[in-house]
Write a protein that binds this ligand. Structure first.
Ligand SMILES: [Zn+2]
Length: 298
């Protein structure tokens, strides 16, 4: 089969290269009282970062991305809105499927990342006839966390560097798959959400199917709660999910700290704007757009 290999060199660096070129001058000033070593380190890290981004960009030009409109009859700008009744019916249907098949997440992240990447690569290849091979590396720390304290994961769009910030148990396979979609060149949030969902839901691996359905129920509940966090938690309690899943659904939306609330107030309009500038509908693509897409795709 046709194959494209994206090197993702930056993902194999022991620390995030962005962290090094952002933090090096600061660390050197504090630790060494001099700026020169910091500047050298900064330049080296920046060179490695730029080199990795360039190599990925060159190899990605040979990838044939999925045409969502043609394949699924729906895309970011062509969605049919679900009614609340349809959302409630979906929640009911998937809760009934999730409860008896519950499986706690025991696999370590490295092994899980390999498994997710394999299924995602297979799934994309089953549509495009081309395997887009990418790294399965994930890091658990980067300073992105300071800027996006509420994010569960992040992908550097230039180098494909992926960070998963905290354990989310049953949701983790979908969060990894979402970030890996960005790594494979799908930059739009709705497309990453949907592609990750389809690859996992159709995988026949119980923990992957479980993650996909949990994410779909979670997003439906978010929409039904109309972004009201207290209402979301009430809906989780009323959902009929078994105890372990109720816990996981509460844990994925903890009460925000004062810092997180502050950052969110500043960043939300910036995110909305950034998404619109890149041809997306806005933050609603993560939940409204994603669930509408999956519900109406052919
Ligand atoms: Zn994303």
């Amino acid at each position: 089969m046709d194959e494209v290999r994206i090197p993702n060199q930056a993902t194999y660096s022991p620390v995030a290269l962005t962290d090094v070129f952002v933090l090096a001058p600061l660390a050197s000033r504090v630790l060494l009282g001099a700026t020169l070593p910091g500047r050298v380190l900064q330049a080296v890290a920046f060179g490695a970062y730029a080199g990795s981004a360039l190599a990925d960009w060159i190899s990605r030009r040979d990838a044939r991305p999925i045409d969502f409109e043609k394949t699924f009859g729906a895309d970011v700008d062509n969605l049919t809105s679900m009614t609340d009744d349809e959302r409630e019916a979906e929640v009911k249907e998937f809760v009934a499927q999730l409860n008896p098949n519950y499986e706690p997440m025991t696999m370590d992240r490295e092994e899980l990342a390999e498994l997710v990447n394999e299924h995602l690569t297979d799934h994309i290849a089953s549509i495009t006839g081309q395997r887009v091979e990418t790294s399965s590396q994930i890091r658990s720390f980067s300073i992105t966390k300071v800027i996006f304290p509420f994010a569960l994961g992040a992908c550097d769009m230039l180098t494909g560097d992926v960070t998963i910030f905290r354990d989310t148990g049953v949701f983790e396979p979908h969060i990894i798959a979402h970030e890996f979609c960005h790594r494979k060149g799908y930059m739009k949030e709705l497309q990453a959400q949907a592609l990750a969902y389809m690859a996992l839901a159709e995988s026949e691996e119980n923990i992957l199917v479980q993650a996909a359905l949990c994410e779909r129920v979670h997003r439906n509940l978010r929409v039904l709660a109309d972004a009201d966090l207290d209402r979301y938690h009430e809906l989780v309690d009323e959902s009929g999910l078994r105890e372990e899943l109720v816990e996981a659904f509460h844990a994925i939306r903890p009460p925000p700290s004062a810092y997180e609330r502050g950052v969110w107030t500043i960043m939300k309009p910036i995110f909305e704007e950034r998404m619109r500038m890149t041809g997306q509908n806005g933050i609603s693509d993560y939940d409204v757009g994603f669930t509408d897409f999956i519900h109406s795709k052919k």
